[in-house]
Design a protein around this ligand. Structure first.
Ligand SMILES: O=C(O)CCC(=O)C(=O)O
Length: 268
């Protein structure tokens, strides 16, 4: 993560990482989704809430379970969880030993409804925090949205209020519902293969999808190494654990504490 990227991520709460996947890798992921398309669950138009501006003619689609799909279809998604082009960014914002919280695919066909703007730092949720201290950023849940289809300027899809990860006042409902100050929200144009890195505490949602082609976005969720948001009782490895590389295994291991500070020779 270079100095310009760090600056922009700290100020805005998100960043586009270009060219994470090659065209062949995008094609393999899309072929895997096509083969599992009957598993896409279309939501019952429940994400726009009562917003008049986020309404759509149909719900968005959700698809999961990709890490357990049969080979070769699980492979493009297993390759995403500890991707060498993304790891340096996650290490910078989450620290060493960052963990995977989960991943899922969002699909939107033309006319699909948007998603009300949620998160935004208020109320404060310690698993979704963001702060800067001792010369570096510390993030709670952080997402990498790998785009499997182009997102044009007017297509809709993921949108956010830049800088809202540092908000303190409660956000008025008319802003969350995209009924006021709409020009303050930004969508994030990207090419298939690019990834949008964003901290979950950034206020974000989605605008209705306007493009003819299907939106496909793989949301890969991470947290720092000591956070296990949904873990209770004993951690057990998933059935496919032994098929993963060491780096992939590391991101799905149990939460663990790793000392980061080298500020004093006593910590050396
Ligand atoms: O990309 C989107 O459609 C919204 C995703 C979202 O709200 C989330 O990941 O929490």
């Amino acid at each position: 993560m270079n100095a310009a990227e760090k600056y922009l991520f700290e100020v805005h709460g998100y960043l586009v990482i270009e060219g994470v996947l090659t065209p062949d890798e995008v094609a393999a992921a899309n072929a895997a989704i096509d083969a599992h398309a009957d598993g896409i669950g279309i939501r019952p138009n429940d994400l726009a809430h009562e917003s008049q501006t986020l309404q759509g003619t149909q719900g968005r689609g959700d698809l999961g379970g990709m890490l357990e799909w049969e080979k070769p279809h699980c492979e493009p998604f297993r390759a995403m969880i500890a991707h060498e082009k993304v790891k340096p960014y996650l290490e910078e914002v989450l620290g060493p030993g960052f963990r995977l919280e989960g991943l899922g695919i969002i699909t939107m066909d033309e006319g699909a409804e948007g998603f009300w703007f949620h998160e935004g730092g208020e109320p404060h949720d310690r698993s979704r925090g963001f702060y800067y201290r001792n010369g570096r950023m510390f993030c709670g849940m952080t997402n990498v949205a790998v785009q499997l289809a182009d997102v044009g300027v007017d297509d809709g899809g993921f949108a956010c209020l830049p800088g809202s990860h540092k908000a303190n006042y409660p956000c008025p409902d008319e802003i969350r519902l995209y009924e006021a100050y709409q020009d303050r929200m930004v969508t994030v144009p990207a090419k298939a293969g690019d990834a949008v890195l964003f901290v979950e505490t950034l206020m974000h949602g989605a605008l209705p999808w306007r493009a003819k082609h299907q939106r496909r976005s793989v949301i890969v969720r991470y947290n720092h190494g000591v956070q296990g948001e949904s873990l209770m009782g004993t951690w057990t490895p998933p059935g496919f654990y032994e098929e993963l590389t060491e780096e992939q295994q590391a991101v799905i291991s149990a939460p663990q504490y790793r000392r980061e500070s080298k500020g004093s020779r006593l910590y050396g």
